[in-house]
Design a protein around this ligand. Structure first.
Ligand code: FE2
Length: 400
């Protein structure tokens, strides 16, 4: 078997996916989806951009729906964007061949820039359909985009622009000079070096979101909601052919299959890339009807981790008060959590809320206790700590 020397470690491919980076959804109701994910779930705006719309539809003939011209970049942590919203009208101009796809990107973080470059060569050699490789603004991330068997766009990236204590993104005046339409020869200058020589007065001119009224005491910090999103993923998607998709995500991208099962006529597979039970779940199309997803949607749900069990209870109560319905999802379809529940967003996708995902080595046999599903109001106020309760990726920043 061919192996690759990746920083002194022999791997079966020249990159390794370490974590989920971000996801983008194509929406039919941009104002309602923005309200849901920004104002109610509490993701923070980092940037919005009309660049693509202005390039693809300069006369404004096609992008007629409310909010169709703006892409919204949102985050819960320091990564510039972890959740991207794009109107389906805009998406249909970008990728007319896959206009019905409701995901604009599934983005995975690899270890370093050399791994992204290695992936460009490797995937090209594997005859995968690479859409483009380079660096986008806003967000500053180097990447390669490749189509999966369903026509979903996957991105391999490394090193997103970090947004810090001042909540400012990079100035717009940087965008043109930092954008790359092709992948460069390595090495490139560091991000620190990129800023050197820029006018000092320009540094603080990036986007900063509006302050919010902070009326909730949340584990010692005043916040605008009674909970804090501290983690993203798993991404749960609907695929036409499970075996074909496993060929892509397992064999090409290197995810390990945690489990594969059938429940109530729905075939599904859970895939891991680190110690979390799964980062990616693939469901056969029958799942749409079982949990009431919109016809043809690409998305089963997007996982959002909150900081602890109490916050999970409070988050569900808060979001149901905001008008999002809790959805009955069989526990057998969503293994890998202690407690997990699902709320329907305005487009019909599921927001998958949890605080604890089971931890075990990648690829280790499944065999975890069943997930406890909602309604969350039936759960106890306190639970005994699972042995791996605060394992996995840790949220690094202060809240708010
Ligand atoms: Fe991306």
């Amino acid at each position: 078997m061919t192996t690759y020397d990746v920083g002194g470690v022999r791997l079966p491919r020249p990159f390794q996916i370490r974590r989920v980076s971000h996801i983008g959804l194509n929406t039919v109701d941009a104002p309602a989806m923005l309200k849901c994910y920004r104002d109610h779930l509490g993701l923070r705006s980092t940037d919005s951009s009309e660049n693509l719309a202005n390039r693809l539809d300069p006369d404004g003939e096609h992008l007629t729906a409310e909010g169709a011209r703006e892409m919204h970049f949102l985050r819960y942590g320091a990564d510039h964007h972890q959740f991207v919203l794009m109107h389906r009208q805009l998406w249909s101009l970008i990728d007319p061949e896959h206009a019905s796809v409701t995901i604009n990107q599934l983005s995975w973080q690899v270890g370093n820039l050399a791994e992204v470059a290695g992936a460009v060569d490797y995937l090209g050699g594997e005859k995968q359909r690479i859409l483009r490789s380079g660096r986008d603004m806003p967000g500053s991330n180097w990447h390669t985009y490749v189509l999966d068997p369903n026509g979903y766009t996957d991105e391999l990236t490394f090193g997103m622009e970090q947004v810090g204590w001042d909540a400012l993104s990079k100035p717009r005046t940087y965008w043109d000079s930092l954008r790359h339409r092709t992948f460069p020869d390595l090495p490139i200058p560091s991000e620190f070096a990129e800023v050197e020589g820029r006018p000092a007065g320009e540094l603080g001119t990036g986007f900063r979101p509006q302050a919010e009224e902070e009326g909730y005491a949340v584990d010692g910090v005043l916040l605008a909601r009674p909970f804090k999103v501290v983690g993203l993923g798993p991404f749960s998607i609907v695929v036409d052919d499970l075996d074909e998709s496993l060929g892509f995500y397992r064999d090409l991208f290197g995810f390990q299959v945690r489990s594969r099962a059938t429940h109530d006529g729905v075939d599904f597979a859970m895939l891991s890339c680190n110690s979390g039970h799964h980062a990616l779940a693939l469901y056969a199309p029958e799942v749409r009807e079982r949990v009431g997803l919109p016809a043809g949607t690409s998305v089963f749900g997007v996982g959002f981790q909150v900081a602890n069990h109490r916050q999970l209870l409070d988050a569900v109560a808060y979001l149901t008060d905001c008008g999002y319905a809790e959805v009955d999802v069989p526990a057998e379809l969503v293994p890998g959590f202690s407690h997990v529940t699902h709320l329907r967003d305005p487009d019909g996708n599921l927001m998958q809320l949890y605080f604890h995902q089971r931890q075990l080595p990648p690829g280790a046999d499944d065999g975890v206790p069943p997930s406890m599903v909602g309604p969350a109001s039936s759960w106890p106020q306190t639970i005994d700590a699972p042995v791996d309760v605060f394992g996995g990726e840790i949220f690094m920043g202060p809240w708010g």
